[in-house]
Design a binder for this molecule. Structure first.
Ligand SMILES: [Zn+2]
Length: 299
């Protein structure tokens, strides 16, 4: 069995294809048996999980040491034209956060919405107002799960790296989910050790060291065109330079969770975890006391 890395956990989004039985409870057992340590529960098609199941998942994951996060429904749009739809999206996001918390998930990832007919600046301010309300209710209810706004891969979606980092800086209680496949697809670049290091440095500069020591990251292969992401593919079939990316993650001393979203997610997550453990074993990271950023600057 692959040893756990306490600093950085590797896991998958949803129930792995090779998992016997189609339930999150079975998935937790299965992930432990193959040596992974995190699971992102998918509420992406709606909030269908009952409280009883949520409670069972919470107990099992904590007993077996699987770190849980969750992903909110895809159809949330905090910038919908129709005010009723915006309110429903707010409700849905809040209920997703409550449900995530009852499973023991520490984080809830969500897609904020689409620009539609609005400018990026108008969209930003509307989504910010919406999230302010949600964060305020979350604080009142003391919901222990953290909201994570995801960097998005399609250019019609709100969620460039800069938009996400600015919102997280402005809104207390909001954190990023950094999806590097999406960043590559949206920008059409960001695919070298230097690029990845620069992204991580930007996150640290905007949000502080804590954003890197409690990071939540999505990864997969990706194909894209001038409009951004087309679909996720396996790491080895993709032009995404995942070995350079992992080196940058390692050198920057990232802690937190990495969730693989490739079609063959469990195999890719294990591949990344094993590569990471090799890096750790070789111990090539700059020692504390050296200037880590100088180290990152050397390509
Ligand atoms: Zn997502």
């Amino acid at each position: 069995m692959t040893p756990a890395s306490d600093d950085l956990r590797f896991g998958v989004a949803g129930i792995p294809h090779s998992c016997p039985g189609n339930s999150s409870l079975r998935a937790i057992d299965y992930l432990v048996s193959i040596g992974l340590d995190a699971l992102e529960l998918e509420f992406v098609q709606g909030l269908k999980m009952g409280q009883e199941t949520a409670g069972q998942i919470k107990i099992k994951a904590s007993q077996l040491g699987i770190k849980l996060s969750a992903h909110a429904p895809y159809f949330i749009n905090l910038n919908a034209e129709d005010p009723g739809q915006r309110m429903r999206s707010q409700d849905l996001l809040l209920n997703s956060l409550r449900l995530a918390a009852s499973t023991g998930a520490s984080d809830l990832v969500f897609h904020a919405g689409y620009y539609g007919r609005k400018t990026p600046a108008e969209t930003y301010s509307r989504i910010k107002d919406s999230l302010k309300d949600i964060l305020s209710i979350s604080r009142l209810e003391k919901i222990p799960a953290r909201l994570r706004i995801e960097t998005m891969g399609k250019r019609q979606q709100f969620g460039s790296l800069d938009e996400v980092l600015s919102l997280c800086r402005e809104l207390d209680g909001l954190s990023p989910c950094l999806d590097f496949a999406h960043i590559l697809a949206r920008e059409g670049k960001i695919n070298s050790y230097r690029d990845f290091s620069q992204v991580l440095r930007k996150v640290e500069k905007k949000l502080g060291r804590r954003a890197l020591s409690t990071a939540h990251i999505h990864i997969s292969g990706v194909i894209f065109n001038q409009h951004g992401e087309i679909k996720h593919i396996n790491l080895d079939e993709s032009e995404f330079h995942y070995d350079d990316w992992l080196q940058a993650v390692f050198e920057a001393g990232i802690k937190g969770t990495i969730i693989d979203e490739s079609p063959a997610r469990e195999a890719d997550a294990l591949r990344l975890k094993n590569l990471y453990l090799n890096l750790q074993e070789k111990g090539t990271r700059a020692e504390p006391g050296h200037n880590r950023h100088d180290f990152l600057d050397t390509d």
